[in-house]
Structures are given as structure tokens and as C-alpha cells.
Design a protein around this ligand. Structure first.
Ligand code: SF4
Length: 288
């Protein structure tokens, strides 16, 4: 198996996995979504809420506000499986005390721990009219996405098999199929008598006649255009271009809500999978 990072930013990583099986790649996807610990507001004590928003909705909004949850922030905090996790006092305390008229934003949540605070300052929470008061205590705890979506660090965690483009040399070259591509993957070149394939703006070369481009969404607009053109010209309904995929090569994308770097999500997910595999190994060794 080979892994190659294609692109990486503060909240998104795209990488290629070659020579892997679907169950393995899917196990990483699931672990990244539901087994990576993250901090979110769990308990909310509403002392006063004069706003038009119901207490339940307000608490839900606070729970879904992303908080900084990198390894440094989480270190030393109780996990759901630890004794005492349910106690208020073992959470990170936040306070929210505002008087209208104003829009209350995530930056108004005051944390008792300087490391753990809202990732973004400008998430609107509630609008207060003249003299309306909001007074809230909240407690954030570490949890897992399998228990509630607020503890899921990923907003996108998905893979697709690597799109593979081939051309049918048995039919006439259909230069115009390239015009049907909405993603700029195909460009016709009448001088070299080819329809060329591009990935990230770079020409894709091939030794075996199959071209790989992660930019292809596999929408098959090019195939339909080619078949329709052939049929309109009285030719058999045969497409010049074919779209398929490589069974064991994957493009994997993880995007986070900003609470932790995507690479950290991936590494923790792999650790969690490794822990589960170790449990199986020690169990099977005991049974022998
Ligand atoms: S399948 Fe869609 S995105 Fe891919 S090459 Fe054809 S038209 Fe372009």
C-alpha cells in the first residue's frame, strides 16, 4: 500500500491511497468520524434567557459551536469512559453574560481555560433586543462522534475510487466530447489527434492507455455527449470515451470544523484502529 498527500491546509487534507481494500479505507473513514475525541459543550445551565430563542435551541447551538480540541487542549481531560466524566466540575467552565441590544457571538463565550475556546469568533448564537439579558453557565467535555455529532471533528470525511479515463480507438475520435466536461478534465487537440486528460491543470501521461484524473467527478457527461453525437451521425451508439475507476486506488478527503488539524484526526483515527486490532490479537492469543 502506498499513501501520498495531495494537498493540505489548516482544515483540509486530501491524500491518495494506492493498493488498498474498500473495508480498510472505510474503517479509517468511520474511525475518523466517530472514534476521535473532541471537546464540545455538554451541560448548559440557563440562569436567564430573555431572548426569543427557546432554552433547548440555545443549548443546542452552544453544543455545536466548535471549540479548540487539538492534542494539547485535550491532554489531561477526562474521556467518557473515565470515572467522574459526568460531573459538572470535571468539565471546562464557560460563561455567557450579555445584555441587548446586540447579537451574541461565539467570541462572547468566556472560557475558564485559555487553551479551550471557540475556534471562530463570529458564529452568531442569539440576537438580544433592548434590555434583554442572557446569563448562561456551560461546561465542555471530551466526547466521541459516535455519541453525538457535536463531538465529530470532521465535516467531510469521504473517499472515492480513482477515476480512470480510457478511449475507444475502434470508433472515430470525438473531439467535441471534451466540450461536455464541466471540470476542465478534457481538452481536444486536433493537431496531435488526441483528446488530452488533465489533473490539477497538468497533462496526464499514460503508458497503458488509461488516464487517471482526480478532478473527474465521474458525471459521464462526456460519455453521453459522445454517444448522442454518434447516434445523430447514424453510427452505432458507441462512445469514444469511457469513464471507470481503479478498484484499489482511492482519493480520501478529510475536512474538519477547525477544532483540530485534519492530520491529527487521521493519526488519532489510525491509533484507535490499531488499539482495536491489538485487543483482537491479545484476545485470540489468550484463547489458544
Ligand atoms: S465524467 Fe464528467 S468530469 Fe469526468 S471527464 Fe467526463 S465530463 Fe469530465
Amino acid at each position: 500500500m502506498e499513501i501520498e498527500v495531495k494537498s493540505q491546509t489548516d482544515d483540509e487534507i486530501v491524500f491518495i491511497i494506492r493498493d488498498a481494500e474498500v473495508p480498510f479505507v472505510n474503517a479509517i473513514r468511520r474511525a475518523a468520524m466517530v472514534n476521535v475525541p473532541k471537546i464540545a459543550i455538554e451541560d448548559v445551565n440557563i440562569i436567564r434567557n430573555d431572548s426569543a430563542m427557546f432554552n433547548e435551541v440555545l443549548a443546542h447551538r452552544l453544543g455545536l459551536t466548535p471549540l479548540v480540541s487539538d492534542l494539547d487542549a485535550i491532554e489531561g481531560l477526562l474521556l467518557p469512559e473515565d470515572d467522574g466524566w459526568f460531573e459538572h466540575d470535571n468539565g471546562i467552565a464557560f460563561s455567557l453574560n450579555e445584555i441587548g441590544p446586540k447579537v451574541v457571538y461565539s467570541k462572547d463565550l468566556i472560557s475558564s481555560d485559555s487553551k479551550i475556546k471557540p475556534v471562530y469568533d463570529t458564529i452568531p448564537i442569539v440576537k438580544l433586543k433592548e434590555d434583554e439579558e442572557l446569563n448562561v453557565e456551560a461546561y465542555a467535555k471530551v466526547g466521541y462522534g459516535k455519541n453525538h455529532v457535536k463531538w465529530m471533528p470532521t465535516t467531510v470525511c469521504a473517499y472515492k475510487q480513482y477515476p480512470e479515463i480510457t478511449f475507444n480507438d475502434a470508433v472515430d475520435i470525438d473531439y467535441e466530447c471534451a466540450d461536455a466536461c464541466p471540470r476542465g478534465v478534457l481538452k481536444s487537440d486536433k493537431r496531435s489527434k488526441k483528446v488530452k486528460v488533465f489533473e490539477d491543470g497538468e497533462l496526464v501521461e499514460s503508458d497503458d492507455g488509461s488516464f487517471l484524473s482526480s478532478d473527474c467527478s465521474m458525471c459521464k457527461s462526456c460519455v453521453r455527449a459522445s454517444i448522442n453525437r454518434a447516434a445523430a451521425n447514424g453510427a452505432p451508439e458507441n462512445s469514444y470515451i469511457n469513464i471507470g475507476y481503479r478498484e484499489n486506488d482511492f482519493i480520501f478527503r478529510i475536512e474538519t470544523d477547525g477544532s483540530m488539524p485534519p492530520k491529527e484526526v487521521l493519526l488519532t483515527a489510525c491509533d484507535k484502529l490499531g488499539e482495536k486490532a491489538d485487543k483482537f490479537i491479545s484476545f485470540s492469543e489468550k484463547e489458544e
